[in-house]
Design a protein around this ligand. Sequence first.
Ligand code: ZN
Length: 421
Amino acid sequence: MIATTLCYIKNNKDEYLLLHRVKKVNDINEGKWIGVGGKLEEGETPDQCVVREVYEETGLTLTNYHCHGLVKFISDQYEAEDMYLYSADGYDGSLIEDCNEGELVWVHKDKVLELPTWEGDKYFLKPLLEGQNRIDMLVEYKGDELVRCENLASPVNTIKSNVLTYPHGFSTRTGGVSEGIYKSLNLGMKLGDDWRRVWENYNRFLSSVGIKQRDFVCGNQVHGNSVHIATSKDLRVAYGKGNIYEVDGYVTNEPGVPIVVFTADCVPVLLEDRKHGVIGALHCGWRSTVADIEKEGIDKMVLLGARKENIHIAIGPAIEASCFEVGSEVVEAAEKLIGGAASRFYEKETDKVTGEIIRCKFLLNLKGIIKERFTQLGVKEEFIEIINECTMCNPDKFWSHRYTKGQRGSQASIISIPPLK
Ligand SMILES: [Zn+2]
C-alpha cells in the first residue's frame, strides 16, 4: 500500500495554493488542479512528509498545519493508497518560480471547487474548505470513474476518571483508521499494523485527551514489577526512535512527559498526586500485580515527592471476574500478596449446567485485588476509582486478548503533567 500526503495551503486573502498539473509527462493527474504533496519516504511520518513535499514543490516552509484524517483510495488500476489530508495556514518563505510538477496558482476559496479535478476530491475538499476538523473517507475508482465514496468518520471514545485531574485517558477501539483485526483505534506498536495508521490513531487519541504534544514515553512490557522514572530524555513519537525500557510502569514529576501503558485485558492503572506534581502509569496483569508492582509504583512516586495520602488512582477497563478464569496458583499468589483479604476477590467457578463447583478453577476480581493492595500501601480508599468496564464482555468497544485469541490491536492509557508555558 502507498501512503501519501496532500496539503491545501491557505494565505491571508482566503486563497488556496493549487498545482495545475500541466508539466509532467505521463502524469496521471494531467490537467487537474490539486493540492501539494507526495509519497511518504521510508520511515517518514505523514507530518515529516508534508513539510518536505511542500518545501520541495513550493519553496514554502510550513509553520502551522493540521492533519484532517485519512482518505483511503481503492482502484482497479492502481495500488491502494492511504492519503493523509492536510490544510495549512502558516508558512515562511516565498513561492519558487519554477515548479517541475505544474503551475502554482493561488485560487480564491469560492473558486476552488469549480476547477477540474478528480471527481472524488470534491467530497473531501468541500468539508476541508468549510473548516471541518475530521475528514475520513473511502473513495473507490474504476478507471477514472468514481464508484464509491463513503464517510468513515467515527468518534474516538476515550474514558476519563473522576478522581484524576491531570490530562489523562483510557482508550477504546473506536474512532481510529486501522483495518482488519486492528479495526479501528489500534494503539499497539508491535502488533503488525501499518505504523502510519497507528501514528494517526495516536493523533486522535492524544487530541481526545487534550494533550497537544505528539511525543510520549512508552516501552516494552514484560509482566514484571519494574517501574522507570521517566524524563524528557525518554520522549518519542509513535514508532520514533528513543529509549525503550523493559518495564511495566512509569512515574514522573516532569511537566510535558506523558507516560503510556498498553493493555488488552490486563489492568491499566493511572495515578496522580496533584498537590506534589507526581504521576504514574502501571500495567497490572496478574503477574505484575502479585509481583507487587503496586508497591514499586507508590515507592517511586514517593521518591519524587508524592505523599501516599494524596495519591489518587484510576483502575481502568480490563477483564473482570465473570470472564477471568484462573488456576489455583494465581489465587495462591494473590493470597500471598494481600493475605486473607484475597478471599473477597475470587470465587470457585461452577459448571454452567449442573451448578457444581469446578475443581481448581476460579473467577478472579483482579481490579479488586489491586485496589485492596493500594489501600494496604496507604492510599485512601475514597481516592481510588474502579472503572467498571470488562474488556472481554465488550469486544466491539475494547481490545480483549482472550476474546480475540491474540488477533488484535491494543488499548493505551495515558497521563501527563501539562508542559510549562
Ligand atoms: Zn466480562
